[in-house]
Design a binder for this molecule. Structure first.
Ligand code: FES
Length: 98
């Protein structure tokens, strides 16, 4: 089982290895939003805080949408990520209203 922490929601969930993040987010209550689901709108933009190696590799879509320096800083498009293994931690700008 992989484990992922959603920092803005202060929540950690376990999921099956290899699960697409977007599918997993449909199953749980999380404030991360998705739009196009194809890597072209940027709605799902997030930053990987921990465990970059535990997530799938950067896709062509992400290389086209995001700047190289942002990719190096851990920025990703959530709709392109698979949760591969171990523990990872992600954060994003939009947070749940309190
Ligand atoms: S949902 Fe549009 S880029 Fe991910």
């Amino acid at each position: 089982m992989a484990k992922i922490t959603f920092v803005p929601d202060n929540a950690t969930h376990e999921c099956e290895d290899g699960m697409p993040l977007i599918d997993f987010c449909e199953d749980i209550e999380v404030s991360l939003k998705f739009g196009c689901t194809e890597g072209t709108c940027g709605v799902c933009e997030l930053t990987v805080v921990e465990g970059r190696k535990n997530l799938s590799s950067i896709t062509e879509e992400e290389r086209e949408y995001l700047y190289e320096e942002d990719l190096k800083g851990g920025m990703r498009l959530g709709c392109q990520i698979k949760i591969k293994r171990g523990h990872s931690s992600i954060t994003w700008k939009g947070t749940r209203a309190k």
